[in-house]
Design a protein around this ligand. Structure first.
Ligand SMILES: Cc1cc2nc3c(=O)[nH]c(=O)nc-3n(C[C@H](O)[C@H](O)[C@H](O)COP(=O)(O)O)c2cc1C
Length: 188
């Protein structure tokens, strides 16, 4: 049974990236596993990483006591994490970036020199992005950087960015992308 946790970076619960992440989670569990869905925007008390380095010595987890802390633990217990975000000003949203910064706590204390630096080695991550810009290659460098980050953490990582046009072609584009994301998730 596959345990999937989805972390959504869009401020909108019924957004395109959220819908695609839901499709990925459904494909990953195949109807038999467990999946949980978390919209970071719904969390009341969130703090960015404080660079206190406690997770590199005193504890093996983030010591901040906010609503991100239990989400980090939930993700750490999952087989697959699905992270989704629209592109905002050429980057992922601030909501998802804040969460990802906190996953710094998953690195082992010797991560600078250790070739296998992550506590969560062997798990999988699927990154789902959406953008309005019709040029699909515009933000490749950004997406590759997040893929490289989670790969270095020890996750088997894939990503897909979907161009979601504004206007009458919107629904058809999301429907087609949903089928593609399901395939990608099933092959992860
Ligand atoms: C504040 C803001 C900034 C955005 N910046 C970009 C951008 O830099 N590049 C782009 O391609 N799309 C940009 N978009 C469009 C969104 O990425 C696009 O509409 C996306 O599909 C929305 O995903 P969602 O439905 O999951 O929220 C922006 C949208 C907003 C609201």
């Amino acid at each position: 049974m596959t345990n999937v946790v989805t972390v959504l970076g869009s401020p909108r619960a019924k957004s395109d990236s959220s819908r695609l992440a839901d499709a990925a989670a459904a494909a990953l569990t195949g109807g038999a596993g467990a999946s949980a869905r978390h919209l970071i925007n719904d969390l009341k008390h969130v703090r960015g990483c404080q660079a206190c380095q406690s997770c590199k010595g005193k504890t093996e987890a983030c010591v901040l006591k906010d609503d991100i802390a239990p989400l980090l633990s939930t993700c750490a217990a999952a087989d697959v994490i699905v992270l989704a975000s629209p592109v905002y000003i050429g980057e992922i949203t601030a909501q998802l970036k804040l969460f990802i910064d906190r996953t710094y706590s998953w690195f082992l204390p010797d991560f600078h020199t250790n070739p296998e630096p992550g506590r969560l080695k062997g798990k999988k991550a699927l990154l789902v992005f959406t953008q309005g810009n019709p040029d699909a290659s515009t933000y490749t460098r950004v997406f590759e950087a997040y893929k490289a980050y989670f790969t270095r953490q020890g996750f088997k990582t894939e990503y897909r960015c979907v161009v979601v046009p504004f206007g009458p072609d919107h629904d058809q584009a999301v429907d087609a992308a949903e089928a593609e994301i399901r395939k990608l998730a099933a092959s992860l």
